[in-house]
Ligand binder design. Structure first.
Ligand code: NAI
Ligand code: ENO
Length: 323
């Protein structure tokens, strides 16, 4: 255990913010944790859970004297948060975040970063469908990738310092370009969520229209979709509003492939269906046998770090919803 930062400020204390607080405390990575939220109820809940040392509704107050500030709100709230904290950020501090989208974050925040502050966007590829301060747990990041997207102006020593913090919470860290991150995450995370929201919505409409027992008799495949489709509506609204181009690009490819499958079903093309399903089964099996079930998708790039240990991407973990 060694102290990585003196004062950690967390702006927003839902699933991800509370998990950082618990992991950093458990590993002794920071001396002081200050927490800012927008609503009193959320702050009270964080205090009752003992997540930090300082609790405030004033984000500027939270970041004063902090050498690491991590924004943990939905991406749509970033600009307002940044306007509030910019004048209070300490020279020499690292400012980071955990948002699921990176290009938009860089575009929005970079012009507002004060001189002397290192802006290093981040994204832990770890989460659940739960939200709010009680949803967090210290092991969330263990064996998961955390992607950092520092710009060329960032001192590599600062990036390494932040990477060390994430490694100490159990993550493996990889740096990449924000645009590349957004394209990879569009197809591996954002579109799967869109598909889940859509299929559950379609079934719900059917159910309403027919009073049938579709949901009652749904098999486990559909239940997996309902878990994903229970994810936080505000967070995911912001993901689709802010990663629009990459999502639309990948959705185009997805739709083309779906049309090919649709045609194979319509024409009764058994060999085409079987060939497709055989290919996807082989992909799943090769991921498992390489022990890379949790490894970051690389789209042909080489990982610097070894594959993450084989742990489920998402734990079944209870948790409340955000206030
Ligand atoms: N949920 C997940 O599985 C993952 C989420 N992320 C990213 O992490 C970020 C946070 O997500 P969660 O922790 O899941 O959300 P959450 O809904 O559990 O928590 C968000 C927190 O931000 C607070 N908040 C909202 N607006 C605020 C404002 N203007 N000022 C201060 N606090 C404000 C809320 O009160 C709440 O405490 C998002 O940007 C999301 O894209 C990243 C990886 C996984
Ligand atoms: O709950 C799930 O299955 C997830 O996919 C969690 C998740 C959600 C958003 C992210 O940016 C990263 C991970």
């Amino acid at each position: 255990m060694s102290v990585h930062f003196r004062k950690l400020a967390l702006i927003g204390i839902g699933l991800i913010g509370s998990s950082i607080a618990l992991a950093a405390r458990r590993q002794g990575l920071v001396e002081v944790i200050s927490i800012a939220t927008r609503k009193q109820d959320t702050l009270d809940e964080a205090r009752e859970l003992g997540l930090g040392d300082i609790y405030t509704l004033d984000a500027a107050e939270a970041v004063r004297g902090a050498d690491l500030v991590v924004i943990c709100t939905p991406v749509g709230a970033y600009e307002g948060v940044m306007q509030a904290i910019a004048p209070a950020l300490e020279p020499g501090a690292i400012l980071s975040d955990v948002g699921s989208v990176k290009g938009h974050v860089v575009k929005t925040l970079a012009p507002l970063i004060p001189d002397g502050v290192s802006f290093i966007p981040g994204h832990p590829l770890a989460g659940t469908e739960h939200s709010g301060p009680s949803a967090g747990f210290a092991e969330l990041f263990a064996g998961r990738w955390c992607v950092l997207t520092p710009g060329p102006e960032v001192d590599p020593i600062k990036t390494e310092k932040l990477a060390g913090f994430w490694r100490a919470m159990g993550s493996q860290v990889e740096s990449m370009d924000a645009a590349h991150h957004d394209m990879v995450l569009a197809i591996t995370s954002h579109i799967p969520h869109l598909v889940a929201y859509n299929i559950v919505g379609t079934v719900a409409d059917l159910e309403a229209a027919t009073q049938s027992e579709v949901i009652k008799f749904s098999a486990s495949g559909f239940r997996d979709f309902t878990r994903i489709a229970a994810s936080d509506p505000v967070m995911w609204r912001d993901v689709f509003l802010t990663n629009r181009d990459a999502v639309l690009e990948m959705l185009g490819r997805f739709s083309e492939d779906l049309s090919i499958l649709q045609r194979a079903v319509r024409t009764g093309d058994g060999p085409a269906l079987e060939a497709m399903f055989t290919r996807t089964r082989a992909i799943r099996r090769s991921i498992i046998s390489a022990g890379q079930e949790t490894a970051a998708p690389d789209f042909g790039r080489q990982h610097e770090a070894p594959p993450a240990p084989e742990t489920p991407f998402v734990r079944e973990h209870g948790g409340g919803d955000d206030a």
